[in-house]
Design a protein around this ligand. Sequence first.
Ligand code: ADP
Ligand code: ZN
Length: 583
Amino acid sequence: MRKSPKKYRKRIIKWQSLAIGVGIFCVILSTILAAYNQSTAPETNLTYTEFMSKVDNGEIASASIVESQNFFTATDTDGNEYTIPNPDYDEFRKDLMTSGVDLEISKVSVFEAVSSAISSMPMLILLFIIIWYVLKTMGGQTTTLYKLYKAEDAITFADVAGMSEAKAEVQFAVSQIKNAKKLKELGTKPCKGILLEGPPGTGKTLLAKAIAGEAKVPFISTNGSDFIEMFVGLGAARVRALWELAELNAPCVLFIDEIDAVGRRRRGSGDGAAMEANQTLNELLGRMDGLSSSAGIFVVAATNRSDDLDPALLRPGRFDKKLYIGPPKTKKDRDEIVSLYMKNKKFNEDATLNAVSRLMFGFSGAEIEQVLNESVLVSLQEGRDGIVSLKDVDTAAMKLRTSGVMVEQSSDEDINISSVHEAGHAVMSCLLGRKASKVSIRAYNSGVGGVTIRDTDDIENQKILTKEELSNEIEVLLAGRMAEQLILGSSSAGCSNDIERATQLAYNMLFTFAMDDTSLINPDALSKLDVNFIDTTNRIDKVNKLLLDFNNKVKVALTEHLEAVKSLADRLKVEEDIYDFSM
Ligand code: ADP
Ligand code: ZN
């Protein structure tokens, strides 16, 4: 089965379930009302033939007929009342009148008119909903198909914090748009568009908008999922309409968010949905191949992942350039975004740009913005008038990292173990030349222990891992367990995670990066060549030996600085969180 784009599918499902729900409600209501009407209709106690023979015998004195009711009443000369089925032929009243019966004919009473209207209402509502639903899916009047920003409204690179590398990369697009005419005269083939790939909230839309702002041209923004429609041909028509709009505004930047909704690999299957998606994509490809670039339409598309995009989209002459946009890559870029969102908020002295920025490691621009807004709320909750402390920022950041789950530290014994454990990590890190940005015994959703975050300032801009860094990393990991052994006499189950990571790192050091000079073999590569290749015990021995060597080094170092570990552990028991710890 074909899968429709997620967003679109969700929308359809929502409408469908709403319509089905209301439909079921209407049917139930109609049934109840019909049953009610039936139960209130009196039972007839005389057949029409019996009645007519009574009329012929002169026994009936009067009759009362309400129009459109399916029964009528009559009284005989003795005063008995009868209810008789109302026959459906016109001559009947005349017959009655000529036979001398007092006849009273009346219209439906107001009450009955209302009640009959009410009983047909559910059907009317149902009909209305069906019509509305069909119109809605056909016309889609309520979805915004595109937004058009005038050149003056677009932002510039100055409004985009960080992203220094990406800004430099797209500079060519700006000058291309600005000099479209000149480039054409010089006979160059301009680039038609770029594809921005990366997780949400990393500033892709912002960057696209800034390209328009820098080039001083209008910015048209649209979303790929809005092109996929239920009826074949509509999506393609929308692409045409969009290009017409772009041509009217050219030179301009045309931004297509979630291009994967339209640009997914074309499928061969002939069902309607696949046909619609294929037609839409073909239209898009056709438009990109057209004269749009010389007309000055520069297309920027964004996607979370480009691997299931149709390869045709990435062919030269379409999106010739692909750019990965992720969370800030350098401390400097991150500082820029942090400082942008720290503006207009009040901070405690301890919450310096540097300290705050360290806690935002790995966050996207949108997440940094969210954490800093949240930290103001945290401060308010704690009754500190919205003046944000470093701890508030950390609380907000941890909320995001752990999706809000925070486990209460259960016992004094747990607190004691975590304090010693984290102190071991932190002291070892300092001994190996890197302070700890944060040491904490507050447990988040992992349930046990706390966290020690090593300072990243020095290594953040460095791309290649060295043997020394990997070794240090492993030693810091092992130090939590060693501190427990040296101070508490034995180690706890809380070390499992550390041991797992240390094992992986040690394996990689030996067999992926060949950092140990005694062996240059990558066993995984070898096993691909030779299915019978097994050398598990040998590998286990080597990894284990390396880990034990590191463990001994950690033991020597921590034994020598045991007082430092103990005093940090005591501080942690009281303060819970310590920022910027160094020795
Ligand atoms: P994407 O298109 O990658 O999903 P957006 O460009 O829509 O992300 O970013 C979402 C929001 O996050 C922006 O409106 C802005 O508030 C914030 N943001 C993200 N990156 C940055 C950045 N580099 N500078 C300033 N704000 C940013
Ligand atoms: Zn640990």
